[in-house]
Ligand binder design. Sequence first.
Ligand code: DGL
Length: 262
Amino acid sequence: MIGIFDSGVGGMTVARAVERMLPDHRLIYFGDLARTPYGSKSPETIISYARQNTEFLLAKGARLIVIACNSAASVASDDLPTRFNVPFFEVITPAVTKAVASTVSGRIGVIGTRATVASGVYVKKIKAVNPDFQVFSQACPLLVPLVEEGWMHKQETKMILRRYLEPLKQKCIDTLVLGCTHYPLLIDLIQHRIGKRIKVIDSAEVLAADLKNYLEQNPEIDNQLERGGDNLFFASDITEAAKSIAKNIFGREIRLDRAAWE
Ligand code: DGL
């Protein structure tokens, strides 16, 4: 199976894109709802959670892991492949690829959690492509809890978004990276606030396309991945809001099982 994890429900936006791109492959998703948000925690804590999540997915039969969480990817992407002998994919590299291809002015905004912004990973990766590009980052720590609460259309969320996006607007960016897999659930509000001329980048589809490409080129890995059967969804805590967001993302009822830690 293809294992996908996030701190909560945000990574389901990635799981949905992978499901569309690879409809025959079986997916197993884990959302660490009991410990969300990751983005306000230290790198050490996030790394240890990422290791546990990977162990859980591998124990359930995953043979390839997608880190569908920017906060985890920003601090644990180097660590995980040294501990687990399976291929890893993460959401940051595809977002960077898409952003650098889309910008004309070279002025790119990135919004993410505190952990992602503090890691500097987007700045590093974008500047590695073109050192003249300018990257303006904004941590948005209130957005993940608002999404997890299902407050996607509340007035309060719009006001908070305005506070976060105003400084980026003033930097005259032409591209804005959604550096958190929860943010695609707010994409309409974000696009409205930042302005329709600004290209808003979500990495889910690029990641899914990269993954498909990789599997086509690596049949020995692809052959180890299970096909058929319902996709599996686990969470370390199950809330009504999570169930309803899952349904909203997939357009169907999602059976969310509680993960029993070994
Ligand atoms: N969806 C996550 C991310 O992409 C996690 C956010 C969080 O738990 O703080 O960063």
